[in-house]
Every structure is written in C-alpha cells, then in structure tokens.
Design a binder for this molecule. Structure first.
Ligand code: 13P
Ligand code: SF4
Length: 307
C-alpha cells in the first residue's frame, strides 16, 4: 500500500470508530467481504446468520457490508431502523435474474405449486414467495413443503436440493456468475496438487463441481466444519473472501482456493471510505415500501421460525 493510501485508511478507520459509537451503529459483514472490513465488523457471517442478527439486534443503525438483497432483507425485518448499504451499486446479478412479473407468470402456469425463494432475491420476489431459504437451510426449508415446489432463482442450489431430497422441483434459470467461474477441472487439478485435502463446495456451484465435493456447505457451514475437522488441508470452492476467516481461525491448517478467480466484484465494492461516508451522511439508506415489505417479511419469518 502507498503512503497516501495508508493515511487514507487510517483516517477512514478513525471516522468509523468515532461514528459507530456516536450513532450506536452495528456493522454487519458477509463472509465474502474484503478482509479489512470483516476485521472491523461487529459480526461477520453467512446469509442466514446475518438475517438472524438483523432481526434480533436493537441498534438504531445497521451498516450492512454485503450486497443489496442483504441490506434489503435487514430493512424488511427492521423497518424502524436505519439500514445503510455503503455502496448502492453493490447488487447481486443472480438476484437480478428474477422479478415479480416473471415469477407471477410461472406461478400461473403451476397454480398448485408453493414457492421457495433463495434469499439472494429482490423484495418483490420474496413478496411473491411462500417461504425464503438460504444455502444453510435450503434442503430443510424445501422438505417442509409437500407437493409441487417452484425454486427461485438459483438453478444450481435448486438442483442440489432436488438431488438431496430425491424430488423433482420446478427450477428457475438463475445462477451466480462468480461461482460459475469455478470449473470441475480446477477442482480436479487442486486435488492432484493436494491429494490429502478435503473439498468443500458451495451449493451455488455447478452440479459437476458439487459432484467433486466431500461436503457441500454454506459459507458458515464451511467455517464450522473446518474448525472441527481433523483434516489439515482444504480445497475451498466458493468466493475467495471466505479464505480470510478460514485462515484466521485455523492458523495450523491450510486452505487452497479452487480458483483465485472466484471473486465477487459486487462484494468488493464496499470500502472503508464508503463505510465512513455512510456513517457520516446516514446514506444510502435502504427502505422497502409497503405492502411489498409485509409480504416479503412473511416469507423470511416463516424461514426463521422453522424448527
Ligand atoms: P452464504 O454465505 O449464505 O453461504 O451465501 C453465499 C452467497 O453467495 C451470498 O451472496
Ligand atoms: Fe451474488 Fe454470487 Fe456475488 Fe453472492 S457471490 S453476491 S450470489 S454474485
């Protein structure tokens, strides 16, 4: 880092440290955030853990270091809080692959079907859904619904759930462009280079990559599994931001990315300077208009209330 950049970072950190206290703000970060942001957050976690935190926390201000749908989920659960997304352009291309009108059209073609929406979706899509899920609970959530199920928007997560439950699901055609960069050849090569390594794969990955997994897990699941595993080496097939915490928490174990190219450009749009700016101006604030918010909330609370 250049001298001026170091000075800027020190200044941003000082602003954040003062304002997070003054504003009584809680800083939440997803496991894919840049390392320095994970380090300053009050809580870092996977999508399920973050939505539980957002639902439970009583801070008046939440700074969400992640992508749009995550801040939107927090705003759906806590309409009275100021929910800030430090960079409004940090979207999720997979979430943008489904919208309300297209989902309504699919529902009209399958009038008996219930809808499970992956949390990586817009408030409008959640409002059209019966229940939400994350990668940590997608199998359990889908299993709770008998009969026909539409799974939106991730075709890979939905396909994995369908294989786990041995049940046909009506799948949407969405996918994560970052996980799509993880090809089976990369995992096979990493396995050749590290023959004793255990392979963890995120279920947003392609089916032929999931087929190479020892375990298919959410990011929070990977962190828990790595902590308790007796293995010393791991090949990690997910967004590379997760490596930061895996390495920090397990200094005696080795973690290899399936490919260093699996970096989500949207997750990396959040910077220290933008967090400092958001805390200063209390913008960009995420709010979800009624009645979409109340309908979307029902899908999320059904998931959170599932035993
Ligand atoms: P999880 O952290 O819930 O596994 O989510 C992965 C993801 O892609 C979030 O955008
Ligand atoms: Fe969306 Fe994929 Fe980025 Fe997650 S990693 S925010 S699913 S594009």
């Amino acid at each position: 880092m250049h001298h001026e950049e170091t000075q800027d970072a020190t200044h941003d950190l000082a602003v954040i440290s003062r304002l997070r206290r003054e504003r009584q703000a809680v800083i939440l970060a997803h496991n894919y955030q840049p390392g320095e942001i994970q380090d300053l957050a009050d809580f870092t976690g996977d999508s399920l853990e973050l939505s539980r935190r957002a639902a439970d926390c009583d801070a008046p201000v939440i700074v969400f270091c992640g992508v749009f749908f995550m801040a939107e989920t927090a705003a759906i659960l806590s309409p009275d809080k100021v929910v800030l997304l430090p960079e409004l352009a940090a979207g999720c291309p997979m979430a943008d692959m489904a919208d309300g009108p297209a989902l309504r059209a699919m529902k009209a073609r399958h009038p008996q079907a219930k809808v499970v929406c992956y949390v990586n979706s817009s408030a409008e899509v959640k409002a059209e859904s019966d229940i939400c899920c994350t990668s940590a609970n997608a199998v359990r959530v889908t299993a709770s619904l008998p009969g026909e199920v539409i799974f939106v928007p991730d075709i890979h997560l939905g396909g994995w759930v369908s294989r786990q439950l041995n049940r046909e699901l009506i799948l949407w055609n969405g996918f994560c462009p970052t996980h799509a960069r993880i090809l089976p050849g990369y995992v096979q090569q990493a396995k050749q280079e590290h023959p004793h390594a255990v392979v963890y794969v995120h279920p947003e990955s392609r089916a032929d990559v999931i087929a190479l997994a020892d375990e298919t897990l959410s990011t929070g699941g990977m962190l828990r599994a790595a902590r308790t595993s007796t293995a010393r080496e791991f090949i990690i097939a997910t967004e590379i931001g997760l490596l930061h915490r895996l390495r920090l928490e397990n200094p005696d174990k080795r973690f290899y990315p399936a490919t260093p190219n699996a970096s989500c450009p949207n997750m990396k749009k959040i910077t220290l300077a933008k967090i400092a700016q958001a805390l200063t101006t209390l913008t960009p604030r995420i709010e979800v208009p009624e009645p979409i918010r109340t309908r979307a909330r029902l899908a999320i609370t059904r998931m959170l209330d599932l035993p």
